[in-house]
Write a protein that binds this ligand. Structure first.
Ligand code: NAG
Ligand code: NAG
Ligand code: NAG
Ligand code: NAG
Ligand code: NAG
Ligand code: NAG
Ligand code: NAG
Ligand code: NAG
Ligand code: NAG
Ligand code: NAG
Ligand code: NAG
Ligand code: NAG
Length: 716
């Protein structure tokens, strides 16, 4: 069948089938004409429901319909559509947001879902009717996607839409790699645009404790982290890294920013396996033969973990929390006792439900064997751990699908890919030979999969693991590993049926406009040159001669003018940079691809260990020792340095997922990381740094010299 997708200038309509297109799929009937959003001036929130919230989701801080309306209005502004948000009853020439009969919206198991919505568009305006305010919010994502792809218009038509599964999202290993709060909230914005609603944060873990080669001392020093910071005496000493942790205030902000876009943070504190951080805190709690495992038969172990949870449960704005319980290799019965004791504690202290990773499936007719409670939900990840259908679902356990079909291990792995394999979302279903859906646990053998309407399948979460730790990647590399994966999976987690061809063209159109984030660190530019400061009068501009203000003109045409309190050199052909003055640009950071060229002459280096040439919001470039990138608190050095007392041209090139330096147009040298692989060997791989753009000079500079010019272009 011939399909025609019209993607530019006209509506996002599949003409052959007269339906709207979106990520996820939009079940719709499209008319032939369209409405210009800029002809509507307001979003009207039905006065009957403006304060309503969705209490059926996982979040405990659901936004009101009015609050969602404001987020929608802000998002429209970013794509050039100005609307006011009013509370009222009028429906014409407006986007009217209201609630309607929730029984219209069914999930894959045929139950009502609070996330459904109806959307109708005609010449008189737009109505969005949700099963709840969250349903309305998902409807507004559909409007935005149409408007983005069709230059501010939306086709006439009708949509009745609801997700097949209630838990749709991603899991980030923030235990073996820190991520700043802003990165997490931008990720929520990205996920939310494709109607995912869950961001599972793995908040404690350690590098693999290789007991075959590590002694006790080395295990006790191995990288292990707990990412929540509390001043409570009950956890004093557990976390030693405040600068790589979330305070209560930061965690509150992450949760509320994500909730504002319909995404719930599900926190995980991992024990009794992957628990070295607790053993480093209280060494007596570890199993002597593997300190990353808790000794559950030590009478202090369960009370200690219950006390940790008591400290942090009041922080968590979700109905379900995750206690880890992954890959424990101690006694099975101890493990079951631990899980049930934690579930009882969490329930009695907070009323919350407990989730674990599938590890030891229940056994029946085995004397003295206490299975984990059926009301603890199980996150399946690998068939060598469990068979989710036969071992859990058939015994009435609820299961979340995190099968390692969609695992990502950042940067390098002996077993998993470095970016989510989206091919498997389109052809991962052995039963039908077609799309993967959350009920597909086994992509090879369909007899291991329940029926599509199995009510005990909660949904799906795809994890990214940082097996090789903090220096393997910069923050944004987790985003790039998922950039296509999130929308491709989100379609199927919702129940959509986009083909890979449809997906590719839709995604290319939507990507530049996903609201609430700039994870790619793009910079608006009218020309291939994004920024150019030239201090030499003989080049593009008047240089520094006769300068009367602190303004430094940007010659790119983009008006990214900088400011400086540095003086000009004697010849007025350079800026004299010292530790007592600086040059500041309005830009912070540029993501791949880019070439940043600095022409300069260093006259002295006062700081032999950390002289900073230029710093930005995601990285800094150092001069000592050797040319060095610093990002996320990690240092990546070249074998070369800038010459002293000699004019040099240094180009920093961000090309895809690698970064290079080039001195005076000679050979490029690559910035590499040296990752430790389980204490056995090293693996050298490339790094994808953002270009630092904010500041040159100042207190932290540690050098003096003449700066002739800076140029940033958007290619490599
Ligand atoms: C997009 O719409 C604006 C006005 O809203 C118009 O000026 C512009 O030409 C349109 N672009 C295309 C490609 O249709
Ligand atoms: C895909 O889903 C849409 C909306 O639910 C439906 O109208 C369409 O028939 C489906 N297409 C295929 C090929 O199953
Ligand atoms: C939207 O509002 C902004 C700021 O008030 C204004 O600059 C812009 O021209 C408006 N756009 C339209 C399409 O009205
Ligand atoms: C929106 O709903 C109102 C009230 O039911 C109705 O009068 C109006 O025609 C609807 N508009 C659209 C675009 O469906
Ligand atoms: C676990 O703790 C118990 C009780 O403290 C102790 O007897 C046992 O030796 C410990 N086992 C290991 C393997 O550390
Ligand atoms: C969970 O199941 C256990 C064992 O059946 C029971 O003791 C506990 O009360 C249940 N919790 C809830 C919240 O139902
Ligand atoms: C880096 O990018 C190349 C080319 O796109 C790709 O083949 C490779 O897998 C990527 N490496 C990582 C670690 O993501
Ligand atoms: C992605 O998955 C498909 C289907 O399983 C497989 O054929 C392909 O090799 C995978 N690609 C990568 C890069 O792992
Ligand atoms: C700077 O000022 C001097 C003296 O007023 C003048 O001769 C010269 O042309 C000016 N240079 C520029 C680039 O404006
Ligand atoms: C080194 O310089 C970078 C960039 O200015 C800065 O972020 C970092 O804190 C400095 N490190 C030390 C140890 O001073
Ligand atoms: C946190 O501080 C430690 C100790 O000063 C430092 O080594 C680490 O790089 C810092 N982390 C980040 C993300 O800046
Ligand atoms: C700096 O580069 C030299 C080679 O020019 C190398 O021998 C030295 O180890 C490097 N220093 C650091 C700290 O990487």
């Amino acid at each position: 069948m011939l399909r025609v997708l019209q993607l530019t200038g006209l509506a996002l309509v599949d003409l052959a089938n007269a339906r709207w297109m979106g990520i996820p799929t939009v079940p719709s009937v499209a008319g032939s004409d369209q409405l210009r959003l800029n002809d509507l001036r307001s979003i009207i929130v039905d006065s009957q429901y403006s304060g309503s919230v969705n209490e059926k989701g996982q979040t405990l801080i659901p936004p009101t319909l009015k609050e969602f309306a404001q987020t929608f209005s802000d998002d429209l502004t970013r794509i050039g559509v100005n609307t006011s948000v009013d509370v009222g009853d009028s429906t014409s020439n407006a986007i009217f947001l209201t609630l309607g009969d929730p029984s219209r919206y069914r999930d894959a198991a045929g139950r009502t879902t609070s996330e459904g919505y109806t959307l109708s568009v005609s010449k008189s305006g737009i109505n969005v009717t949700g099963a709840s305010p969250l349903g309305v919010f998902w409807g507004t994502r559909t409007i935005l996607q149409q408007a983005i792809a069709s230059n501010g218009s939306i086709p006439y038509g009708q949509v009745v839409d609801s997700p097949g599964w209630a838990t749709r999202g991603m899991m980030l290993d923030a235990g073996r790699h820190y991520y700043p709060p802003g990165f997490l909230t931008e990720m929520c914005a990205y996920m939310s645009f494709f109607k995912q609603n869950t961001f599972h944060l793995h908040l404690s873990d350690n590098l693999y404790n290789n007991v075959a080669i590590y002694g006790r001392e080395r295990s006790l020093e191995l990288y292990a982290r707990f990412r929540l910071w509390s001043d409570s005496p009950d956890v004093a000493g557990l976390n030693k890294y405040k600068n790589e942790s979330y305070t209560k205030e930061q965690f509150d902000d992450i949760q509320s920013s994500c909730a504002a876009r319909g995404v719930t943070i599900v926190p995980e504190i991992e024990a009794p396996g992957h628990a070295l951080v607790f053993v480093q805190w209280k060494p007596e709690l570890g199993l002597t033969d593997d300190l990353s495992l808790l000794n559950i038969s030590n009478p202090a172990t369960i009370p200690t973990m219950q006390s940790v949870w008591s400290t942090f449960l009041p922080w968590f704005q979700t109905k379900t929390v995750h206690i880890g319980a992954d890959e424990y290799t101690g006694e099975v019965n101890d493990y079951n006792v631990f899980v049930n004791a934690m579930a009882d504690h969490i329930r009695s202290v907070s009323g919350k439900d407990t989730r674990i990773w599938g590890t030891f499936p229940p056994k029946y007719n085995v004397a003295g064997y206490d299975n984990i409670y059926q009301n603890v939900s199980v996150q399946h990840w690998e068939f060598f751990e469990d068979n989710p259908l036969y071992e859990y679902i058939k015994h009435n356990y609820s299961v979340l699908n995190s099968d390692d079909t969609f695992y990502v291990v950042n940067k390098w792995s002996g077993s998993y890919p470095q970016a989510l394999n989206i091919t498997r979302t389109f052809d991962g279903n052995p039963a039908s030979g077609s799309h993967w859906y959350p009920y597909v646990f086994d992509t090879h053998n369909s007899s291991n999969n329940p029926s599509p309407d199995e009510a005990l399948v909660l949904g799906a979460i795809a994890p990214l693991w940082n097996d090789y730790g903090a220096n393997a990647s910069v923050y944004s590399e987790a985003f790039y590993a998922w950039k296509e994966g999130i929308p491709a999976l989100a379609d199927k987690q919702w129940g959509g049926n986009l083909t890979s061809t449809e997906f590719e063209s839709l995604f290319a159109n939507l990507l530049p406009h996903v609201p609430g984030q700039n994870l790619e660190r793009g910079i608006r530019s009218n020309t291939p040159t994004i920024l150019e400061y030239a201090f030499n009068a003989s080049s593009t501009g008047p240089g520094l001669q006769n300068r009367t203000s602190s303004l430094i003109s940007d010659y790119s045409g983009n008006n990214y003018d900088g400011t400086t309190d540095c003086t000009a050199s004697n010849t007025s052909s350079a800026l004299l940079v010292t530790g007592r003055c600086s040059l500041v640009s309005p830009l912070g950071s540029k993501g791949r691809d880019y070439t940043l060229t600095l022409t300069l002459s260093i006259s002295s280096l006062a700081n032999p260990t950390n002289a900073t040439l230029i710093s930005g919001t995601d990285s800094a470039l150092l001069l000592t020792p050797n040319i060095t990138f610093v990002a996320g608190g990690e240092y990546f050095r070249l074998n070369s340095s800038l010459p002293l007392g000699k004019k040099a041209k240094l180009a920093i090139i961000g090309r895809g997922n690698r970064t290079f330096a080039q001195l005076d147009e000679t050979e490029e040298e690559e910035f590499l990381t040296r990752m430790g692989i389980n204490g056995e060997r090293f693996q050298w791989t490339g790094m994808a740094f953002e270009a630092p753009l904010r500041k040159i000079g100042g207190k932290e500079a540690g050098w003096t010299g003449e700066l002739y010019g800076i140029k940033l272009v958007n290619s490599a």
